[in-house]
Ligand binder design. Structure first.
Ligand code: FAD
Length: 291
């Protein structure tokens, strides 16, 4: 076996559905959960040498795995060293695999503000930075001071805010992996920050399905135009394809009901995109990353 020397850390034919919010899709040919950075580098170096495509799995809240699965190596960072959160002064340093929710709780608890409006966004800090997670209050990228990345050649590089560009749900952090990141936050009163966080949480919950598992964001908002509004205007909210559907109550969320397939999700996205383009002239892009 190619990854034989990493027994226990690399498995073959691992179903990916349980790792994604939509709980859909086939297996990964290889699935790695390295124990530390050194082992991660060895695994990535070997995969690159062998020409094996690599993908990074965070919390799986923005990934759609195709029904046939992924014919390559999926890396899932689960060891404690990838999830560490350290607060020093007004800086929060955090592993790429740490839950965004944990980073928010730790920083608010330490009297540091800035991230609390992102409460309720599922997934990891790495996933949030890669896709520049945001709310109407701002994005995560604007708070990043520096980050450590792993390249496809398994080299470790440091970048600072000035090296990276962030725009709506996009970042230029396109090296293979975000290993850790440091955020510059503003000192504040713990009680007030906690209240703000709670208020944002209530607002967030009112805007998304009550049972968000098996749901995901469908499209990216366009410059100043909400994707949900375009879907509603075009009359496609509630659109069904097999067991997949665009949510009729919460526009721009799609849901995988029991028996749904990735093909159905792709098909509902394509149909909705075409109708919106025909009716409004706007070309929507999927929010989900398709593997
Ligand atoms: C109910 C619900 C509500 C949501 N609300 C919002 C919202 O309000 N605002 C918003 O912006 N998004 C929202 N999202 C989308 C999603 O939660 C975000 O995109 C989230 O940041 C994805 O993080 P993740 O760890 O789950 O990434 P994944 O879904 O695992 O991966 C997404 C992408 O990031 C990459 N990635 C993951 N980890 C790393 C890493 N360490 N290094 C490099 N690349 C990595 C993956 O390879 C993939 O390309 C919502 C999703 C759901 C299901």
């Amino acid at each position: 076996m190619l990854f034989g020397k990493f027994q226990g850390s690399v498995r073959e034919g691992v179903p990916l559905a349980p790792y994604t919010w939509l709980q859909l899709g086939g297996p990964a040919k290889y699935f790695a959960e390295p124990s530390d950075v050194e082992q991660l580098q060895q695994i990535v170096r070997l995969a690159t040498q062998e020409g094996i495509p690599i993908r990074v799995l965070g919390g799986g809240s923005n990934i759609l795995v195709r029904d046939k699965g992924f014919d390559g190596l999926v890396v899932h960072l689960t060891a404690p060293c990838f999830e560490k959160i350290t607060i020093q002064g007004n800086m929060a340093e955090c592993g790429g695999a740490a839950r965004l929710a944990h980073l928010i709780t730790a920083s608010v608890g330490a009297g540091l503000g800035g991230l609390e409006h992102l409460v309720g966004i599922p997934g990891t800090v790495g996933g949030a930075l890669r896709g520049n997670s945001s709310t109407d209050e701002g994005d995560i990228g604007s708070l990043m001071a520096q980050a450590t990345l792993l390249t496809r050649k398994a080299e470790i590089v440091k970048v600072s805010a000035k090296d990276v560009t962030f725009s709506h749900r996009r970042s230029s952090l396109d090296e293979l992996m975000i290993l850790d990141a440091t955020f510059e936050l503003q000192p504040g009163d713990v009680r007030q920050l906690t209240k703000r966080e709670q208020t944002f949480w209530i607002v967030k919950r009112s805007k998304q399905p009550n049972y968000p598992t098996r749901s995901a964001l469908a499209f990216v908002d366009l410059d100043g135009v909400s994707a949900g509004e375009l879907l509603q205007r075009s009359g496609v909210n509630g659109m069904i394809e097999g067991n997949s559907q665009l949510n009729s109550t919460y526009p721009n969320y799609l849901t995988a009901n029991t028996g749904a397939t990735a093909d159905q999700i792709i098909s509902v996205l394509e149909r909705a995109k075409k109708i919106v383009l025909d009716k409004t002239g706007f070309s929507l892009q999927p929010h989900l990353v398709v593997w």
